[in-house]
Design a protein around this ligand. Structure first.
Ligand code: ADP
Length: 495
């Protein structure tokens, strides 16, 4: 099959969270599953200002004419610049008015108000590029709301087009919290054909449209799929998801085990692996030196990394950290985002120098040093579609302390509930106390003079098999095949 991805993030070119990790890893892994692809996956990604690429003239470029109702001529010329990523083809949609900006989604003032127009342009450029090249597509795989205009365009603007019209569309929900709500007055800018969807009085919800129209929809873990079907977890979309019946499910994310490997990670002070973890001590000392902790202090280091969003529970970390720091532990947090959450973490760090550290930035290397150098990894998410952080931490021999929700519950086995299989620690209530008690439970195991329980825990955590090509990528291939069959049947039925 010929598969095109449309996504707002793809590591290492553009990433704010797990979306970027997953788009990159899945595109590559599909190529490693025998008998699936006729050509490498093409990933259409905006050429943001921050995308690190070689000079444009070194990149293969096609210029396509893209209808754009907001342009005076009704269309704009967009350059699509291509390069071979290891294992897939990256196609950068280069349109400076849309993408040559400070942030991916917004700046200090908040989200860009024209995000729906920006990402509709991405989707349209992807479809137009394949049309201009006369290269039919079997599956357009959409990732999150940003890509959803593509399915509206297929249905409303290109249904009769021989290249794009027959394509099946799948939608992967990496996070239900972001819908792409588009106020009514902005809908015409999206150029969704003569008869755009009615939506509600205030406008359209692009994610809802995608859920309704895609041939198949999935979330990134079975646990989150179950939660999404209930009103408490569905973010207003549970009814639409229930209506999809068997066309909706969960496929657990994998982890790119080559990109995330403490034996080869160039950011680390020393390499290590499951058979010989000696290098982890050097990573711990290196982390201490970088964040102002005393390397000689044996107090456990609790690391946490992520977007500072209410979802991630940084407020729980900020509230629990002082008591942990007054006791036996130290806390290091890396992340940026919500100013109130940043302020909470900063205040805790200021009050406890040398015990709590808050680093406010996006820093790929420091993230790796925390995964390796910390003793435990905190992930107190209120909801979690899958989570990459806990998987990376396990692979780096740093057991997670996480809330029992979504993908966290699917990927972590609590040590006290299942001593022979435990890979981390789970807690239920989204409260600072529940987080703190779980940390204390974990620290007691870490400090137990009998090292066997801790060693077994770390050994099992490092041994979990996350390889995309063994289970997740074949599951996507199966979903794509079903979507192709459904699309063909629907087209036969309508003549
Ligand atoms: P989400 O997708 O909800 O943001 P995940 O746990 O799935 O959460 O993925 C987060 C990814 O982003 C991980 O690879 C994590 O290391 C990375 N990350 C998040 N914040 C930062 C940061 N401030 N600096 C470096 N990497 C970060």
């Amino acid at each position: 099959m010929r598969v095109v991805f449309v996504a707002a993030e793809c590591e290492p070119w553009a990433k704010t969270g797990g979306l970027g990790d997953v788009v990159d890893a899945l595109a590559r892994a599909l190529g490693r599953v025998p008998g699936v692809l006729d050509e490498p996956v093409e990933v259409f990604l905006p050429r943001y200002r921050s995308v690190p690429v070689r000079r444009d003239r070194d990149l293969e470029t096609v210029v396509v004419t893209v209808p754009d109702p907001s342009a005076p001529a009704g269309a704009v010329e967009v350059a699509v610049r291509s390069l071979d990523a290891a294992g897939y083809r990256l196609r950068l949609v280069d349109h400076p008015p849309a993408f040559d900006r400070d942030g991916l989604y917004g700046d200090a003032a908040g989200d860009y108000p024209d995000n729906a127009w920006r990402f509709a342009l991405l989707a349209r450029a992807a479809l137009e590029a394949r049309r201009a090249e006369r290269r039919p597509v079997d599956v357009v795989a959409l990732h999150d709301w940003h890509a959803c205009p593509a399915v509206l365009l297929r249905d409303l603007a290109y249904a009769a087009d021989p290249v794009v019209g027959p394509a099946a569309v799948t939608l992967t929900l990496h996070n239900l919290a972001y819908h792409g709500w588009t106020p009514r007055e902005r809908v015409p800018q999206l150029g969704l054909g003569a008869d755009p969807p009615a939506g509600d009085a205030w406008g359209i919800d692009l994610l809802r449209e995608g859920i309704r129209r895609a041939e198949a929809v999935n979330t990134v873990s079975p646990g989150y799929a179950r939660e999404a079907l209930r009103p408490e977890g569905g973010m207003g979309l549970d009814g639409d998801l229930r209506a999809r019946g068997a066309r909706f499910g969960g496929i657990l994310n994998g982890l790119d085990e080559e990109l995330w490997d403490p034996a080869t990670d160039a950011a680390l002070a020393a390499p290590y692996d499951a058979a010989d973890r000696a290098g982890k001590a050097a990573c711990r000392a290196d982390l201490c030196a970088r964040v102002g902790f005393d390397p000689a202090d044996p107090a456990p280091i609790l690391g946490t990394i992520g977007r500072l969003d209410p979802q991630k529970g940084f407020d729980l970390v900020a509230a629990a950290a002082p008591a942990l720091a007054r006791g036996s532990a130290r806390v290091v947090a890396l992340g940026s985002g919500d100013p109130a959450l940043v302020a909470g973490m900063r205040a805790a760090a200021t009050a406890h120098p040398g015990r709590i550290a808050m680093v406010e930035r996006f820093d790929r290397d420091l993230a790796r040093r925390i995964y390796a150098g910390a003793d435990l990894f905190l992930m107190p998410s209120r909801f979690e579609p899958c989570g990459q952080g806990q998987m990376i931490a396990m692979r780096y021999g740093t057991p997670p302390v996480a809330r029992r929700t979504g993908g966290l519950a699917d990927t972590i086995v609590d040590l006290h509930e299942d001593p022979g299989n435990g890979t981390g620690f789970l807690f239920d209530a989204a409260t600072p106390d529940a987080l703190r008690f779980a940390c204390e439970r974990a620290i007691a195991v870490l400090r137990d003079p009998d090292r066997s329980r801790w060693d077994g825990l770390v050994r099992r955590a490092m041994a979990v098999d996350w390889a995309w090509e063994r289970s997740s990528a074949p599951a996507y291939a199966a979903m794509f095949a079903r979507a192709i069959a459904d699309r063909a049947a629907a087209r036969r039925a309508t003549g």
